[in-house]
Design a protein around this ligand. Structure first.
Ligand SMILES: Cc1cc2nc3c(=O)[nH]c(=O)nc-3n(C[C@H](O)[C@H](O)[C@H](O)COP(=O)(O)OP(=O)(O)OC[C@H]3O[C@@H](n4cnc5c(N)ncnc54)[C@H](O)[C@@H]3O)c2cc1C
Length: 312
């Protein structure tokens, strides 16, 4: 039997009458996957955990004939620390990230973000590249990665490139990465050394199975004397078509003396600059008000990391 024939499609996809898939591939290498995508000329798309893509296929938001399942490709499932950078393979699940001691110790913001995604079932399948390419402004994993200034390694038949995850967002639901011709193979970011702290705050209607009403990721670096901020990253979602960097608030904190007052002022500015809309998950006015609360909590929690140690 041809390994890539329709008979090889996992039963759950094949039997679903609302989907019109004709081919399901299981490449063993990135090169093989890229060549299949090239041969399919836009009619195939990469699938990893399938937690977003299967729903999109069922709802006919995506119109393709074939899936290129990358989960049998070796070498994409590790979390490693190398030369001050943490590397996360494309197939590492949210559950694995949330449990990783390396991530909890050196990038608490990401451990907390992944711990809060959906339900255990979703976290056991979902991956960071899927979260990024789906390009939702409320994506928890991607929001934390932007605060960490993370980069993605992207393979295509034209070669390999690294791009900042923040730059991969084009608009709500649209990524610069084309999953019909490109594959993210890993994510990297600088590990947070001792004078750094980070936090992830989230407001959601229920504890499980829902995108957040609001989320906020922060990374704070303080100076050697520990009395001034050095660099601060604040990312909030969903208050704009893409995850929102509160740049005016970040600029206010840069090199400023650490105090309750300056933190409150930064939170106020972030709230003023945010542009949430009314949606099923929350009203614009409520969200705008809550940005202030979440940013303040995130900054204080990040500072606690620096002064009291990183326990999560
Ligand atoms: C019930 C439920 C609750 C959820 N709750 C949350 C939540 O609270 N917070 C949150 O942020 N998300 C949530 N999600 C969304 C989802 O789980 C995440 O976005 C997940 O990270 C997607 O990863 P995946 O591996 O399943 O992606 P897939 O569904 O496999 O793919 C998603 C998209 O990314 C592309 N893609 C996947 N991997 C790659 C790659 N390596 N290179 C290039 N393109 C790729 C696919 O072609 C597709 O376009 C929820 C989903 C469900 C079903």
């Amino acid at each position: 039997m041809d390994k890539n024939s329709i008979d090889n499609i996992p039963l759950v996809y094949y039997k679903n009458k609302s989907m019109t898939l004709k081919r399901y591939y299981h490449p063993k290498s990135i090169n093989e996957a890229l060549h299949i995508l090239e041969k399919e000329k836009g009619k195939a798309q990469v699938i990893a955990g399938g937690t977003d893509l299967i729903i999109d296929l069922k709802n006919k938001k995506v119109n393709i004939d074939a899936l290129v399942d990358i989960t049998r490709i070796e070498g994409l499932s590790s979390i490693e620390l190398k030369d001050d950078f943490i590397y996360i393979g494309a197939l590492v699940t949210h559950s694995e990230i949330a449990k990783s001691t390396l991530i909890k110790k050196n990038a608490k913001v990401l451990a907390l973000a992944t711990l809060n995604i959906g339900s255990p079932q979703v976290r056991n399948l979902g991956t960071l590249p899927g979260n990024i390419v789906n390009a939702r402004p409320a994506a928890d994993g991607a929001t934390a990665l932007i605060a960490l200034n993370a980069l993605a390694e992207i393979h295509s038949t034209n070669g390999v490139r690294w791009e900042k995850i923040e730059d991969l967002y084009l608009e709500a639901g649209k990524s610069k990465v084309n999953p019909a011709s490109e594959i993210i193979t890993k994510i990297k970011f600088r590990f947070l050394s001792d004078n750094h702290g980070s936090s992830f705050q989230r407001l959601a209607k229920r504890k499980a199975m829902a995108l957040p009403v609001l989320n906020c990721a922060s990374v704070v670096e303080v100076d050697k004397k520990m009395d001034r901020f050095k660099n601060v990253k604040i990312v909030v979602g969903p208050v704009a078509p893409t995850p929102f960097r509160a740049k005016r608030a970040e600029d206010l904190l840069k090199d400023a003396k650490i105090s309750k007052e300056i933190v409150a002022q930064a939170a106020e500015i972030a709230s003023l600059d945010s542009q949430p809309r009314d949606s099923i998950r929350g009203g614009a006015i409520y969200r705008k008000d809550m940005v202030k609360v979440l940013v303040k909590r995130a900054l204080i929690d990040s500072l606690k990391d620096v002064f009291l140690g990183r326990e999560i």
